[in-house]
Ligand binder design. Structure first.
Ligand code: IVH
Length: 693
């Protein structure tokens, strides 16, 4: 490498750029799990050092030029050749139905198909390419004139600096569409694509932590933070904020006939498009999509505030035209607000399964995002202090999907003067035993806790029993809270192990139960005596260990014995398990009282399934396609493993495919999976799922 000629360097530079562009394409467009950051960075590093030695080789669209070194004085202006419109909102099924009716009236005799996609909660931006190079990127502004934020948008890796005009990877798209695009490209030099710039929830959390440390104010939400990042005059600051970008509309005519094809063409050219889209024959399908995303949104890495539904056929969409500033053929079907105000009527204290006393706010019933909320946990006294909450206060309640409702703010200006301060009782509200202070250091659970000192406290026992018998744990039919209450009340059971020792006579003697239901209950318990390792782990009620974490732990350690014996470092090394969780797991198995629970269950005849059995069913009901080369499985072995885990192997990817396993050199099947929104996993994950890890 020492004595490279300019010609040699040039050849190498070109190769590197092509390879880096290709990695970017595979990462952002194909979501190829085999692409790693390390390789990308390492190649970019080599390219950068070559460009430093041979400055003549630097081009403005080189991947090294994403972050400019100088700050701007101010932003220039960009005139949008096609105005940037906005969308009309719909907040209910009725409003969407009314919109659909207007459309069908305007398109008589046509069957209308709709394309549904995510409505990202970020900022609308426009990217203009000339001869395949990013010429400028702009904000929406007033729809006609926006601000030139090219330097900032260039820092986003999901934004291509060069379009894939050679249509590399074309083989993964419909050949007819590709040839249509190829033809259109001959007559086009300027290409405009619009999409959303956004900040992921993770980047937002990171940024706010840093803001707090630096004593700068925190951003209210990822959208504001993204807006702030794009407004930076110094692109180096924007780069540090790690924004993301998704394309949703192709302004230039490249032969697209549907909105779905717009997305596909954007992907073909190198833009990241979100895979969660669906073309539906009517608005029932759009409603279903809306509902699905309303549930899935919590698990998305970024915020969405609804779904966009639009007439799929491009000609029909154009024909529908524009009313005011919004196209008639599209609507933003928003999610219900997830914040509301209400009054804290009381603060009560709940006894948990480990005796911890948790203050809970009793709320005047309020509808938050479609669900009536009457209670909200306050976690601990520190939280009450942090909020500055008093009984009688008017508060803002927020519900985050399947997460429990939370009080996020006290509207102290609405106080009347008769609000009361909450005090933790000195005795257990259930059994009257003395309450002790338990300080919890470190992690998300840090803070002051109070707990009941009576290990025999009936509420504590009841809570633990409810957890052990709950759906995610032993899942015992007929052993709901009411029956448990009776059994504990009558002294039939006092611990989880007792559940598995009960005899039908013990049960039948209880009021309202009788022989038959007693026999059923005992049979239900017997049928659950053998339990999978994840369920068993979950049943123990380890702090921070939910169902998924239990699955991860089981998959990693394979047996209860190994998990019990694991060191903190070993648990820390489990994928998806953070330090706080690891510490909690390790601590759990060091406490004699917890070990008694484990031993007790095993003594009472509970059998924890061997790991192979547990994996039977990991792919239950799923059609699974393997593509590319796997290292540890031949094709036949992979198929056998899929079957053994309850899945059905298949060769082709379609909408009914449940999962795609992508090895190295995965090609068109992988792309198709991405475009259809099929879950893709890599070999490691596959091995873990089928129990070969
Ligand atoms: S289509 C005619 N698709 O929502 C406007 N917009 O008022 C074309 N948005 O700020 C917009 N996700 O940035 C479209 N999948 C999506 C979108 C989306 C978010 C934003 C857009 C604009 C607002 C529309």
């Amino acid at each position: 490498m020492g004595s490279l000629t300019l010609a040699e360097a040039k050849a190498r530079v070109q190769k590197l750029r092509r390879e880096i562009d290709d990695l970017r394409y595979r990462y952002h467009v194909l979501a190829d799990p085999a692409v790693t950051d390390e390789v990308y960075s390492s190649l970019t590093l080599e390219l950068r050092s070559l460009e430093e030695r041979f400055p003549a080789l630097v081009t403005s669209d080189s991947p090294t030029q994403r972050v400019g070194g100088t700050a701007l004085e101010k932003f220039g202006q960009v005139v949008h050749q096609v105005p940037m419109l906005s969308l009309n909102d719909a907040f209910s099924e009725d409003e969407v139905a009314a919109w659909g009716e207007r459309i069908t009236k305007l398109l008589p005799g046509k069957t209308v198909q709709y394309m549904c996609e995510l409505k990202f909660d970020g900022l609308a931006t426009s990217l203009v390419y000339e001869a395949g190079r990013l010429r400028h990127g702009a904000t929406r502004g007033d729809g006609r004139i926006g601000e030139d934020i090219t330097a900032n948008l260039k820092t986003i890796r999901a934004v291509p600096m060069r379009l894939n005009l050679e249509l590399v990877h074309a083989e993964t798209f419909d050949p007819e569409l590709v040839s249509r695009v190829r033809r259109a490209l001959r007559n086009v030099t300027r290409i405009e694509v619009r999409g959303e710039a956004l900040m992921s929830k993770a980047a937002f959390a990171r940024l706010n932590r840093a803001q707090e440390k630096a004593r700068n104010g925190a951003f209210a939400n990822p959208r504001n933070a993204a807006a702030g990042a794009l407004r930076q005059l110094d692109p180096r600051v924007t780069a540090s904020r790690q924004l993301d970008w998704y394309a949703y509309s192709l302004v230039t005519d490249l032969g697209q006939r549907t909105h779905e094809e717009e997305h596909l063409i954007c992907a073909l050219l190198g833009f990241q498009v979100h895979r969660q889209t669906r073309v539906v024959p009517g608005l029932d399908g759009a409603r279903a999509f809306h509902q699905e995303i309303a549930v899935a949104r919590e698990r998305l890495p970024f915020e969405v505030d609804g779904v966009v539904v639009q007439v799929n056929e491009t000609a029909a969409f154009r024909q529908l035209g524009v009313v005011g500033k919004a196209p008639r053929g599209a609507v933003a079907y928003k999610f219900a607000a997830r914040r509301a105000t209400t009054v804290v009527q009381d603060i009560i204290v709940q006894v948990g399964r480990t005796g911890t006393l948790t203050p809970v706010a009793v709320l005047a019933p309020v509808n938050v995002g479609g669900v009536t909320v009457t209670r909200s946990t306050l976690h601990n006294v520190d939280e009450i202090e942090r909020l500055g909450l008093k009984i009688g206060d008017t508060v803002v309640v927020q519900r985050a999907g399947d997460v429990i409702p939370q009080i996020v703010e006290v509207l102290s200006r609405l106080r009347r003067g008769n609000e009361r301060t909450f005090r933790m009782p000195s005795t257990c509200p259930n059994c009257g035993a003395k309450v002790e202070r338990r300080a919890i250091a470190g992690g998300t659970a840090a803070g002051t806790r109070f707990g009941c000192t009576n290990r025999g406290c009936s509420t504590q026992r009841l809570r633990q029993l409810r957890h052990v018998t709950s759906k995610g744990a032993f899942d015992i039919e007929g052993l709901g809270p009411k029956v448990l209450d009776k059994l504990v009340g009558a002294g039939v059971i006092a611990s989880a192990a007792d559940v598995f020792r009960m005899k039908s006579g013990d049960v039948a003697a209880l009021p309202g139960l009788g022989e038959k239901s007693a026999a059923n209950l005992i049979a239900a318990i017997a049928s659950r005596r053998t339990v999978s390792l994840p369920r068993f782990i979950y049943s123990l009620g380890i702090l921070h260990v939910g169902e998924q974490t239990a699955v991860d732990l089981a998959g990693h350690f394979g047996t209860l014995a190994k998990l019990r014996a694991a060191t903190l470092e070993e648990i820390d090394a489990v994928p998806n398990i953070g330090h706080v969780v690891a510490a909690s797991v390790q601590k759990f198995f060091r406490d004699r009282r917890n070990l008694r629970l484990v031993e007790g269950l095993l003594d009472a005849g509970v059998t924890v399934e061997a790991q192979q059995r547990r994996h039977a069913g990991a792919l239950a009901g799923l059609t699974v396609v393997v593509t590319g080369t796997l290292e540890r499985f031949t094709r036949q072995q992979a198929k056998d493993a899929i079957r053994a885990a309850g899945g059905t192997p298949s060769e082709s990817v379609s909408t009914t495919t449940g999962m795609v396993v992508a090895g190295t050199k995965a090609g068109s099947k992988l792309t198709r999976a991405k475009l259809l929104g099929v879950r893709v996993i890599d070999e490691r994950e596959f091995a873990r799922l089928v129990g070969a890890a």
